[in-house]
Design a protein around this ligand. Structure first.
Ligand SMILES: NC(=O)c1ccc[n+]([C@@H]2O[C@H](COP(=O)([O-])OP(=O)(O)OC[C@H]3O[C@@H](n4cnc5c(N)ncnc54)[C@H](O)[C@@H]3O)[C@@H](O)[C@H]2O)c1
Length: 325
């Protein structure tokens, strides 16, 4: 029975808590938050201990730590958890700079603990099915992957003045690319593989001067295999929408909502049944990886590469140039 400690008892912790509660091979025994009431609300459901300093939680006998705090705290907390010998589930983004990610990875590798980062690749029936069809060579070689994810400015505006204020502060959240687009980058990299170069344009469309986080990015990735990725995400679009697709030399796969459609050249469009790669929750998968000594989906290596690509996008936008990786 794995003993689990949760650090950061905010919004995403509610989701992790309810998924962990469904599993019979682990138990939440410690919860930490600087907002003691938030920690208590989760801890009371599980008879867990409450902490307001994460370093005290790390001194307990928990086997796995869930780091669910804002991004600017991930580096310090993940390194401390690794040094304490705990397996680590850390929410995305791993950290705010490539150098910080490399430092975290060194600490995790040195400690020999498992680490999984909170992306949804492996748990997303539509996205995983599209990738699987592509990897099974159903539509030939990669021509282009596209991914558009649009959300409204309410995400930022409603965070101002609340405990989620960190989201609006570029130095704490990393802004739109590190907080939001990082998910889409993860899906795209899981299909396109290594990136040769990026060109990006990042905008701040929010008129509120108290919001320093940028809120729009459009980018073109050139993969080493010759394919390209076109990526656009927004936090200033009043209509929420998500569209994804993969065009190959012999057909196309389109994701619309939870549905996946495929058409090979000259064939009729067919709707495809969707199944996630793991067919289990992130939390169940992480337990299995620890027990069976497997590499988790969204491993630390992939998360470090994800941030490398995003930092290259920042550089590209800043200098208005194509950046080679
Ligand atoms: N995978 C996903 O789909 C997804 C979705 C939402 C959020 N997230 C990620 O989860 C992380 C947290 O996001 P959230 O929406 O839950 O934020 P949140 O602000 O709701 O929760 C963060 C919690 O951390 C606590 N905290 C802050 N400083 C702390 C400290 N020093 N010690 C202990 N606790 C501290 C806060 O009080 C708060 O309760 C972020 O990295 C975010 O990107 C991931």
């Amino acid at each position: 029975m794995f003993k689990i400690g949760i650090i950061g008892a905010g919004e995403i912790a509610q989701n992790h808590e309810s998924e962990i509660a469904k599993l019979d091979d682990c138990k939440i025994t410690a919860v930490c938050d600087i907002r003691e009431d938030a920690a208590k609300a989760i801890a009371e459901k599980h008879g867990a201990r409450v902490f307001t300093d994460y370093r005290d939680l790390l001194k307990t006998d928990v086997d796995i730590v869930y780091i669910l705090t804002p991004p600017f705290l991930h580096k310090e907390m993940t390194i401390a958890a690794a040094e304490a010998g705990k397996h680590i589930f850390v929410e995305k983004p791993l950290a705010l700079s490539y150098e910080d990610c490399v430092e975290i990875k060194a600490a995790v590798d040195k400690a020999g603990v498992k680490c999984q980062v909170g992306y949804i690749v492996g748990y997303n029936p539509a996205g995983d099915t599209a990738r699987r069809l592509f990897k099974e060579n159903k539509i030939g070689d990669l021509v282009v992957i596209w991914d558009k994810r649009m959300h409204s400015a309410n995400i930022l505006n409603s965070s101002l003045g609340t405990h989620k204020d960190w989201l609006t502060d570029k130095n704490k959240s990393g802004g739109h690319l590190l907080e939001c687009m990082t998910h889409e980058v993860q899906w795209m990299l899981s299909i396109g593989g290594e990136v040769e170069s990026v060109y990006a344009n990042i905008q701040s469309a929010n008129p509120n001067p108290n919001i320093t986080a940028d809120d729009n990015c459009w980018a073109i990735l050139k993969f080493k295999n010759g394919g390209i990725g076109v990526l656009g995400t927004s936090w200033s679009c009043p209509i929420n929408s998500m569209e994804k697709g993969i065009l190959g030399t012999a057909g196309v796969i389109e994701i619309s909502g939870r549905k996946v459609k495929m058409a090979k050249n000259d064939d009729e469009v067919q709707e495809v049944e969707t199944v996630a790669d793991t067919n289990m929750s992130k939390q169940a998968h992480f337990n299995k990886c620890i027990r069976e000594n497997l590499k988790p989906f969204n491993s630390i290596d992939e998360a470090v590469y994800n941030i490398k690509v995003i930092i290259a996008m920042h550089k590209s936008s800043l200098n208005n140039e194509v950046v080679k990786l």
